[in-house]
Design a protein around this ligand. Sequence first.
Ligand code: DX5
Ligand code: ZN
Length: 218
Amino acid sequence: MKPLLTPSILAANFANLEEDIRAAERGGADYFHLDIMDGHFVPNISFGPWIAKQMKKITDRPLDAHLMITNPREYIPKFIDAGVELIYPHVEASYDVYRTVQMITDYGARAGITLNPATPVSSLEGVIDLIDSVLIMSVCPGFGGQKFIPSSMKKITDLRALLDEIKPSVRIAVDGGVTLENIRDLRKAGADFFIAGSAVFKAPDIEERVRAMKKAME
Ligand code: DX5
Ligand code: ZN
């Protein structure tokens, strides 16, 4: 599986979003990541489907939406209508997460599932038939700019082994504290999608940082 670099726009400059997106594109960004926070599931509020619509006007790179929200089913159709291709609800958000994931595929988007740092990898087994990626949170969700939790590295290795057994086509995404320094090790551990906010958009030169991160992960 080809590794894909996915900048998270949470760390971008919203006073001039287009300029930051263009720089990331020039560096070779493969995807863009939208962090959706409701101030309830996580202690922070970000943005909603309207930003996805604006992003579709700016870029033709695919978008994923990471739903850190309590009622994902209320918003899934809105994100898909706005043009989001891949949606990651949290396994911790509902007791009937299967229904949530099924809604994503029924609406014609690709589904992933997100696991918080303390959630065991086995918790994805109930939805494995519907998903094509698993997002491992390597920080507690809610904020950009946090430090990578070291045990996430082994969690990715364990998850890769589990997936190879039950559904080898499923890809692993890693989100939180991904940097130029740890991206190579994360690739070796088995990650395929590298979601990075601060490392990309707080860099002195966004284009150059994306290029360097892509080189390091390949
Ligand atoms: C955290 C978000 C992440 C965040 C990553 O809740 O899910 O996507 O934007 O930011 P960095 O790369 O700064 O850790
Ligand atoms: Zn995220």
